[in-house]
Design a protein around this ligand. Structure first.
Ligand SMILES: Nc1ncnc2c1ncn2[C@@H]1O[C@H](COP(=O)(O)OP(=O)(O)OP(=O)(O)O)[C@@H](O)[C@H]1O
Ligand SMILES: [Mg+2]
Length: 456
């Protein structure tokens, strides 16, 4: 590639001499003699290098430099000065000129400075590109294992980056399978506590009777069966992070005790008198609406205010459909690798079905569907029949109707028949239950079963 050089010099002998010399070295040279004209060229063209005389009639070299940097910061600017103008030249460098060259100078000196500036420019462009790539990769796909391009996910990524470094409590809310645990993990991994203990406590999985000893530990003889002292999870996590998953399921009695730990940073083992000081960062997650639980007096309001300092709410997948295609791509790659399959293609109808489904189970459901599809796929193709029925069923009816020009009446009948079949299947063939779910009488269901010749 031939670099484009722009020379602005009012001394005709110098201007023509430089232009001639640089052209003979393979550069494409544009030149002009006054500042005003130069401003027009800056606006209308792009250059790799600009060489401006500092003193020009009208608009001087410093002004041109500013205009050039504004128009295209990647253009390298070299300033030509008279010996007495060195001070101004230094000013020019502060404003972004690459270097200056003092009159009188030889052609070789000029060439040297041009070559040096081009090297510098290419490095600088490389840096800009690396930065750009870094940003787009991050914007495009994965942030700490979290895939998402929707605005809501991008906002969450930004929030995670900011709060991870702090010790503020975070409450992550979202329906089942939206990625709450993945987000908690990302926060922990990006925090200053990343090399310290990370203890996860699933409040829905611990029986109420064991909860207290799990959290706080116990001393020997604290209760029958306590033959040895044992540290609780909060003590084990000291210095690190505790993730309370399904915090809404924490028994009320324990909520009061947790509140005290949060406020004082002190725990006591069961049967113990010694105050143990703990330093912990708390992350909480819940798929239940805690505000409603407060109304029902199942969750302490004072605890809620303590845990809900920074809320992160993940929308269900159906409300951020832009994320579905890249999640598909992500899981496809992941499972193709896991099951040692080469590149897998998704058939158009299967893809359509995956894109239009509602995903009540959110990302987890999509992930499982792709995993299953990858396992069942044949000859590198994942088709509608390889997808779970919930995903393939309705959309295949739609597609059939559209593709085969079926009348609306037939289409609706087809649809009705499939819904009835699906419901019957889900109710293990129990008609009373199926009728109830479908919101029709048992008699009406019978008639439809007969009409559609649905076999037992
Ligand atoms: N944005 C995402 N990018 C990639 N994988 C995701 C994303 N969100 C969720 N997943 C995957 O979906 C599955 C469910 O995620 P996770 O366990 O974090 O959800 P959850 O909100 O904690 O669900 P639950 O409420 O049921 O516990 C995991 O396998 C996780 O890896
Ligand atoms: Mg979870």
């Amino acid at each position: 590639m031939k670099e484009k050089i722009f020379i602005v010099e009012d001394d005709p002998a110098m201007r023509l001499g430089m232009a001639h010399f640089l052209k003979s070295h393979g550069y494409i040279v544009t030149s002009c003699e006054n500042g005003l004209e130069a401003l027009q060229s800056i606006e209308s063209q792009t250059f790799d290098i600009a060489i401006f005389d500092l003193k020009l009639p009208g608009v001087d070299g410093l002004k041109l430099l500013q205009a050039m940097k504004k128009k295209d910061p990647t253009t390298v600017v070299i300033i030509i000065t008279a010996f007495a103008e060195i001070k101004t030249a230094v000013q020019a460098i502060k404003e972004g000129a690459f270097d200056y060259i003092a009159k009188p100078f030889s052609n070789d000196e000029l060439l040297l400075i041009i070559e040096r500036s081009l090297k510098f420019r290419n490095l600088e462009i490389l840096e800009i590109e690396v930065e750009y790539l870094r940003k787009t990769v991050r914007g495009k796909e994965v942030f700490e294992g979290l895939v998402g391009i929707s605005n809501s996910m991008k906002e969450i990524f930004d929030k995670i980056e900011v709060i991870a470094k702090t010790d503020v409590p975070v409450l992550i809310q979202g329906d089942s399978g939206t990625g709450k645990e993945l987000i908690a993990d990302a926060i922990q991994r990006l925090s200053a506590r990343k090399d310290f203990p990370y203890i996860k406590i699933n409040c829905a999985a611990i029986p109420e009777t064991l909860f207290e000893s799990e959290l706080f530990g116990f001393e020997k003889g604290a209760f029958t069966g306590a033959t040895e002292a044992k540290k609780g999870k909060l003590e084990l996590a000291n210095g690190g992070t505790v993730f309370f998953d399904e915090i809404a399921d924490m028994p009320l009695s324990l909520q009061a005790k947790l509140l005290r730990v949060i406020e004082d940073g002190i725990i006591y083992r069961l049967g113990g008198k010694e105050a143990i000081v703990v330093n912990l960062r708390f992350i909480y997650a819940s798929c239940k609406n805690i505000k409603e639980l407060i109304k029902a007096e199942k969750f302490r309001e004072d605890l809620f205010y303590r845990i809900n300092v920074v809320p992160i709410t993940i929308p269900p997948l159906r409300e951020r459909r832009e994320d579905i295609p890249i999640l598909i791509e992500h899981f496809l790659e992941q499972f193709a690798k896991k099951y040692n399959k080469s590149k897998i293609q998704i058939s158009p109808s299967a893809y359509e079905a995956l894109l239009s489904y509602d995903y009540p189970g959110n990302v987890r459901e999509l992930k499982h569907a792709i995993e299953r599809g990858v396992i069942l796929s044949k000859d590198g193709i994942m088709d509608l029949k390889h997808l779970p029925e919930e995903i393939s069923a309705l959309s295949s009816i739609e597609l059939n109707c559209i593709n085969n020009n079926i009348s609306l009446k037939e289409c609706l009948e087809h649809f009705e028949k499939n819904i009835i079949l699906k419901t019957l299947k889900e109710c293990d063939g129990k008609k009373t239950e199926a009728a109830k779910r479908l919101g029709i009488s048992r008699k009406a269901l019978w008639e439809k079963i007969k009409a559609y010749r649905i076999e037992e």
